[in-house]
Design a protein around this ligand. Structure first.
Ligand SMILES: NC(=O)c1ccc[n+]([C@@H]2O[C@H](COP(=O)([O-])OP(=O)(O)OC[C@H]3O[C@@H](n4cnc5c(N)ncnc54)[C@H](OP(=O)(O)O)[C@@H]3O)[C@@H](O)[C@H]2O)c1
Length: 330
């Protein structure tokens, strides 16, 4: 692979990092040069679940080594660590695809509230929702890949808002598998707490709500739930259409927006399910309009670790480096 893009993964032992390794290992145009996580100078780890997929070693995080040996780095790190490492890599000429929330919010006050460690940047990050920011990716030095919940909500709603079809409140009822919270269990995400239960959390107080509102330029009521699945997100979205908006107008707005989007599958009344999308980079969108009352319900599904994280980050790298968007992902 003489001309392969040399990539590094910072946060390689986490859920998103391991998913990236799985995808990068079979990507024909990238070479995974370094995988890093925390640890002391002499600690080296292997990843048993990826044996024979990728047999490299995970070494302690080093900005110097990443800068010297990679063209691009995926950061699958906690927010405060990404806040420090991202700008340091960009300053050294490395292209950075950040999966944390650190650089997603453009409003400084909101950034201070939700991501207090984020430094001011000379050049803002490009928001990496590939389908809506494709044109900005080739010149981007720092790509802030979207959150898993916002990816689903914004893909479904943005075209309908752009087409002027909606009015009134937007309610997003979201369910996520537990891997969305990362590999370290907490009281909320511990197996014995989650198994056999479904719980709402973060009402009016979730940073992904702020991100969704930024991208929709609308206030939303966003209620996430944890469901006892290992992976996957399903969002049921309740909106109202303007008078005289028909089923055809809804379908046309979505079809036009995603005519050239290989990873958005429009399902119409064949409502999507989490099992249809796990281990894929697809986002499936279904909907039904109750025409007499103008109530529109959308159902959106994706895999939080693929289209909601590693897959979308790789999709962004493909576009940023001029490759076919589906390379290594189809
Ligand atoms: N999970 C999802 O569905 C999802 C979706 C979209 C975005 N994200 C975002 O992506 C990022 C990673 O998520 P995740 O779920 O993969 O988290 P995770 O499972 O907790 O993994 C975190 C990774 O960061 C490493 N790390 C932690 N502190 C470090 C430090 N000081 N120096 C170097 N490495 C350090 C960990 O290494 P050790 O093994 O050494 O601790 C691990 O590899 C987060 O910012 C998250 O918000 C996650």
């Amino acid at each position: 692979m003489a001309d392969a893009i040399s990539i590094g993964i910072a946060g390689a032992t986490g859920y998103a990092g391991q998913e990236l390794i799985r995808l990068a290992a079979r990507h024909p145009a990238v070479r995974l040069t370094m995988a890093m996580a925390s640890g002391t100078a002499d600690s080296v780890r292997t990843l048993p679940s990826l044996t024979r997929v990728w047999d490299g070693e995970v070494t302690p995080l080093s900005v110097d080594r990443l800068a010297a040996e990679t063209d691009a780095v995926f950061m699958t790190l906690p927010d405060p660590v990404a806040a420090e490492v991202g700008p340091a890599l960009v300053a050294r000429g490395v292209r950075v695809f950040d999966l944390s929330g650190t650089f997603r919010l453009r409003d400084p006050a909101l950034r201070r509230r939700w991501y207090p460690a984020t430094p001011a940047l000379a050049e803002p990050a490009v928001y990496g929702l590939t389908e809506h920011y494709r044109a900005a990716l080739p010149d981007a030095r720092l790509v802030a890949c979207p959150g898993c919940y916002p990816t689903a909500a914004v893909l479904a709603l943005r075209p309908l808002i752009d087409a002027g079809l909606l009015e009134g409140d937007i309610v997003i009822d979201a369910k996520s598998g537990i891997s969305g919270a990362g590999k370290t269990p907490s009281e909320r995400t511990h197996f014995s707490e989650c198994y056999g239960s479904v719980a709402a959390y973060g009402l009016f107080e979730h940073r992904h709500g702020a991100e969704i509102e930024q991208e929709l330029e609308r206030t939303v009521t966003f209620t996430p739930h944890l469901v006892p699945l290992d992976r996957g997100i399903l969002e049921t979205i309740y909106v109202r259409v303007r008078q005289a908006v028909s089923e055809t107008m809804v379908a046309t707005a979505l079809e036009q927006a995603y005519a050239d989007a290989p990873f958005v599958r429009l399902r119409g009344e064949a409502l999507p399910e989490i099992k249809h999308v796990t281990y894929t980079n697809f986002c499936d969108i279904g909907w039904q309009l109750h025409a007499p009352s103008g109530r529109l319900v959308l159902v959106v599904c994706l895999d939080n670790l693929v289209k909601g994280a590693a897959g979308q980050a790789l999709q962004n790298l493909n576009v940023a480096f001029g490759l076919d968007e589906t390379t290594g992902l189809s």
